[in-house]
Write a protein that binds this ligand. Structure first.
Ligand SMILES: C[S@@+](CC[C@H](N)C(=O)[O-])C[C@H]1O[C@@H](n2cnc3c(N)ncnc32)[C@H](O)[C@@H]1O
Length: 261
C-alpha cells in the first residue's frame, strides 16, 4: 500500500471544516471523522493550534508536529554560534544553504537559527504541509517578529528535479537522506524518525540526488550519514562528526581552487 493510500485528514469536530477539506483536497486524501473505524494508518489533524501527524498509537492523544523550539543546549541568542561538527561541515563563511531533504526540518531550523539563508526542499506532500504549518508558527514567535526575519523558503517537490532548475547556485547543498536502519528496531530511534521511515521509506535514489546536488552547488555538498553507511559520494574532501554520525563534505573544484578560472 502506498503512503498516499494510508493517509487521511481527521476532523475531530473542532475548527473550521473548510480548512480540513482544503487540506484533504490538496493532498488528494479522504476526510475521516474521529468516531468512524478508519482503514488508514496515518492521519493529519490540527490539535493545539498545530498541524499534527498521528498514527494509531498517537490517535487518542498527542501527535507529531514540526518542532520549532531550539534543540537542547542550543544557545537562544540570534544568530546562534556556528559551533560543532554540523556548522563546521556547512562552513562558517557559507551564506546560502539548500536543505534538499528537509523532513522534520530539525537541521534546517538549526541552520536558520545560526543565521544561514535557508531554502528547504521536501518531496513528501504530507511532510511539506507539516513544514508549512511549522514555518507559519515560527513567524509568530516574538524573537522572529522582533528581528523581522523571513522564514526558510519552502519548495515542495523532488530535489532531483528542482536542483536542476535553480536560478542561482547556493553556497552549500545539504543532504540527509533516509538510510535503512542498522537494526530492525532500535529503542533509541525517535518516534519522529520511525514514523517518517514508515511513511516515506528508504530514499533509494540518494546517489542520483548526490550527483545532482554536486552539479548544482556553488561550493559544497554536505551529506549526513550514520556511522555504518559508506560515504554517499565516495571519498569526501573532509568529514566531521562523532562515532554514530558523520557529516561528509564534498567541495567543488571551484571551492578547492578558488584562484583558477
Ligand atoms: C532522514 S529525513 C531528513 C530529516 C531532516 N534532516 C530533519 O532534520 O528532520 C529525509 C527526508 O528527505 C526527503 N527526501 C528524500 N529524497 C528527496 C528528494 N529527492 N527530494 C526531496 N525530498 C527528499 C524524504 O521525503 C524525507 O522527508
Amino acid at each position: 500500500m502506498s503512503a498516499q493510500n494510508q493517509l487521511a485528514v481527521l476532523f475531530e469536530g473542532n475548527g473550521d471544516f473548510s480548512k480540513f477539506e482544503e487540506l484533504a483536497e490538496r493532498l488528494n486524501v479522504p476526510i475521516r471523522q474521529a468516531r468512524e473505524p478508519n482503514p488508514e494508518a496515518f492521519f493529519l489533524t490540527w490539535r493545539d493550534g498545530e498541524l499534527k501527524l498521528l498514527d494509531k498509537e498517537l490517535f487518542k492523544k498527542g501527535g507529531l508536529s514540526v518542532d520549532i523550539a531550539p534543540r537542547n543546549g542550543e544557545q537562544r541568542s540570534y544568530p546562534a554560534p556556528k559551533e560543532g561538527a554540523f556548522a563546521q561541515a556547512i562552513g562558517r563563511k557559507t551564506k546560502t544553504v539548500i536543505d534538499a531533504t528537509t523532513g522534520w526540518a530539525q537541521d534546517s531550523l538549526c541552520l536558520f537559527r545560526m543565521g544561514y539563508d535557508v531554502t528547504c526542499i521536501e518531496r513528501s506532500p504530507m511532510m511539506a504541509e507539516l513544514l508549512a504549518d511549522g514555518f507559519e508558527r515560527l513567524m509568530q514567535e516574538s524573537w522572529v517578529k522582533k528581528l523581522e526575519l523571513s522564514p526558510p523558503t519552502l519548495l515542495s517537490g523532488n530535489a532531483i528535479e528542482l536542483l536542476k532548475n535553480l536560478e542561482s547556485s547556493p553556497d552549500c547543498i545539504y543532504l540527509d537522506p533516509m538510510f535503512p536502519p542498522k537494526r530492525k528496531k532500535s529503542a533509541l530511534s525517535k518516534k519522529t524518525m520511525t514514523i517518517l521511515q514508515e511513511v516515506v521509506g528508504e530514499d533509494l535514489d540518494k546517489n542520483e540526488l548526490f550527483e545532482t546536488a554536486l552539479a548544482a552547488t556553488g561550493k559544497r555538498v554536505v551529506v549526513k550519514s550514520p556511522d555504518y553507511a559508506e560515504p554517499l559520494g565516495g571519498k569526501p574532501t573532509e568529514s566531521f562528526g562523532s562515532k554514530l554520525l558523520r557529516y561528509d563534505v564534498y567541495l567543488t573544484d571551484r571551492a578547492k581552487f578558488p584562484t583558477q578560472s
